[in-house]
Design a protein around this ligand. Structure first.
Ligand code: ADP
Ligand code: ADP
Length: 228
């Protein structure tokens, strides 16, 4: 697990106002933080800077106190959690979860892979579904398979980029509670991007509100709710 510190982060693409403008946030170990704001406010850019998919124009990014501005994504040990579109339809749940282990540099033995996948499946209550294909799973189960991939790698933090935005309202509601329960059970540091107010107010420990790249406020959902 990890703390993540954003110190005066700036992302300047062209000549206009910066996409991310001097944003500072201290994310505690195990905290679930939501980045919310209208389209174009810089949420995805900020998330991509944390993962390492976007260069940082200025400012510092620290993971567990260590500056990682120049570190490659694979050396940051953070996991992007995608929707089911990132699952391989022709592979079983077991093989989908095992996938990052088979790719890894420090190749795992088959026994290790089996143990890691079995452990993750137990945590995620997927034990009975390991031989199924993603097409036969419910939305919540697919979401858990995606999280399983992050868990087997022992990622320090999960990063979610609008994971529910393409779902209908009913499914979105189910997945919201699945994600919330899972994050609390695992206690893993999570950063979750959304433009959806309901997700922002129900999922996180704290909500960071962005507007035109600037951090407007950061507070617990309750504090935000009670504001006049
Ligand atoms: P959000 O995720 O909140 O919708 P983004 O982070 O995608 O916002 O975008 C923030 C701003 O940066 C927008 O004005 C967008 O047009 C701009 N932007 C994003 N990516 C690029 C890029 N690769 N090149 C130039 N401008 C970009
Ligand atoms: P339930 O969990 O109520 O059985 P399902 O999860 O089977 O519902 O899905 C309901 C609808 O949403 C189906 O059309 C399914 O294809 C679609 N769906 C399910 N999960 C996802 C997902 N993760 N991403 C996009 N669409 C999904």
């Amino acid at each position: 697990m990890a703390s993540i510190t954003l110190k005066n982060l700036v992302k300047q693409y062209g000549d206009g106002y910066p996409a991310v403008n001097n944003v500072s946030i201290d994310i505690a170990d195990g905290e679930f933080i939501i980045l919310v704001g209208p389209s174009g406010c810089g949420k995805s850019t900020l998330l991509r800077m944390i993962v390492g998919l976007e260069d940082i124009t200025s400012g510092d990014l620290l993971i567990n106190g260590e500056r990682v501005n120049e570190k490659a994504p694979r050396d940051r040990n953070l996991a992007m959690v995608f929707q089911n579109y990132a699952l391989y339809p022709h592979l079983t749940v077991f093989e989908n979860i095992a996938f990052p282990l088979r790719l890894g540099k420090g190749k795992h033995t088959e026994d290790e892979i089996k143990r890691l996948v079995t452990d993750a499946a137990r945590t995620l209550e997927l034990t009975d579904h390991l031989e199924r294909k993603p097409g036969n799973l419910s939305g919540g189960q697919r979401q858990r398979v995606a999280m399983g991939r992050a868990i087997v790698r022992h990622a320090d933090a999960f990063l979610f980029d609008e994971p529910l935005s393409n779902l209908d309202a009913k499914l979105r509601g189910q997945m919201r509670s699945e994600i919330s329960q899972m994050q609390r059970r695992l206690g893993v540091t999570s950063v979750y991007v959304t433009h959806d107010q309901t997700e922002a107010m129900t999922l996180g420990d704290r909500v960071a509100v962005l507007k035109k790249g600037v951090l407007q406020q950061i507070a617990s959902p309750r504090e935000l709710y009670e504001q006049p």
